[in-house]
Design a protein. Structure first.
Length: 267
C-alpha cells in the first residue's frame, strides 16, 4: 500500500484478490468460476470507488477501464497535486487512466498520442501538457503508424500483429509519425525527476519503450502497463523487477499489469 493509504481497506482488498486466485485455481475456469471471479473483482473496484468519493472524486470522472486510476490513487494515499505520464492518451477521456487525477485531484502531467484522429478532442478535453509524437525507443525517427477504425487499437505498423487485436487492424490506414523516447518526452516537457504515475498502453511496443528508459534518471512510483497476455509481458516483468518494481493485484488487473516501486513504498 502507498504512503497514506488506509491499511484496513488494503487488507480487505488483498483478501478479495487472494480469494479470486483460489476461485480461479491453476486450470481452465468454468463459467461458474468466471462469474464468481467477476463478482469479486467488481466488489474490489466498488470499494475503491467508494474510497475515491470519500476523498473528493466524482464518479463521473472515473474513466479507466479496469480501475487503473483508482489503483494509482490508492497506492499513493489519494495524493493531490501529483504528476502523471500517459501514452497513448486517445481523446483524454475515453478509457483514460489520468482524467480523474487531473480533474478531481489537481494532478498535472504529460499526455502523448500520435493518432491524429484524437488530437482536436484531446486539446479540448485536457489541461495537461500534450505531445503528438509517438513514444518509441529513440527520438527523431519517422515510422509507419497503423490507424484503425477502432482508433484506440492503433499502433506502430511493426506491431499490428503483436496481440489479440491483430484482426481488427487488417483494414488499417497508414500514417507517418515522428518518434520521441520516453526520457526525451519527459525532458521536453520539463517533467520532475520523480514521476508519481506512468500509464503505458501502446498496443505492443511497451517492452521496447521501457527497455530504453533510464530508470536512474527518473524515478517512477506506480506503473500500469497493458500486456494483453502476450509473450512480452514477462519481459516487461523481468525488466521492471530488475529496476526495483513488484507486480501487484494480478487478480484485478486482467490484461494490464500493475507495478509499485518498492523503494518508494518501503522507504
Amino acid at each position: 500500500m502507498g504512503k497514506g493509504a488506509d491499511p484496513d481497506v488494503g487488507r480487505i482488498i488483498m483478501k478479495k484478490f487472494y480469494k479470486s486466485f483460489s476461485v480461479a485455481g491453476f486450470g481452465l475456469l468454468r463459467q461458474r468460476h468466471l462469474e464468481q471471479l467477476e463478482k469479486i473483482e467488481a466488489d474490489a473496484i466498488g470499494l475503491l470507488r467508494e474510497l475515491a468519493v470519500r476523498h473528493g472524486a466524482s464518479i463521473s470522472n472515473i474513466k479507466s477501464q479496469l480501475g487503473q486510476d483508482l489503483f494509482a490513487l490508492f497506492q499513493l494515499g489519494w495524493k493531490r497535486n501529483g504528476f502523471f505520464v500517459e501514452f497513448g492518451a486517445t481523446d483524454g477521456v475515453l478509457l483514460s487512466n489520468t482524467y480523474l487525477l487531473e480533474k478531481d485531484f489537481g494532478w498535472t502531467g504529460i499526455l502523448s498520442e500520435p493518432a491524429k484522429v484524437w488530437h482536436n478532442d484531446l486539446q479540448q478535453n485536457r489541461t495537461a501538457s500534450l505531445d503528438f509524437d509517438c513514444v518509441w525507443v529513440e527520438t527523431g525517427k519517422e515510422m509507419q503508424f497503423s490507424v484503425v477504425e477502432d482508433a484506440e487499437l492503433s499502433t506502430l505498423k511493426d506491431y499490428v500483429g503483436s496481440d489479440s487485436h491483430s484482426a481488427s487492424r487488417k483494414a488499417a490506414l497508414t500514417d507517418t509519425v515522428r518518434t520521441v523516447s520516453l526520457c526525451d518526452l519527459l525532458e521536453r516537457h520539463n517533467a520532475p525527476k520523480s514521476i508519481d504515475y506512468l500509464s503505458v498502453d501502446t498496443e505492443g511496443s511497451e517492452y521496447e519503450i521501457l527497455r530504453a528508459f533510464d530508470f536512474q534518471r527518473y524515478t517512477v512510483s506506480v506503473i500500469t502497463c497493458e500486456h494483453n497476455f502476450m509473450p512480452n509481458r514477462e519481459k516487461v516483468h523481468a525488466l521492471l523487477v530488475s529496476n526495483g518494481f513488484v507486480r501487484v493485484y494480478e487478480g484485478l488487473s486482467r490484461w494490464d499489469d500493475w507495478y509499485i516501486n518498492t523503494q518508494h513504498f518501503n522507504g
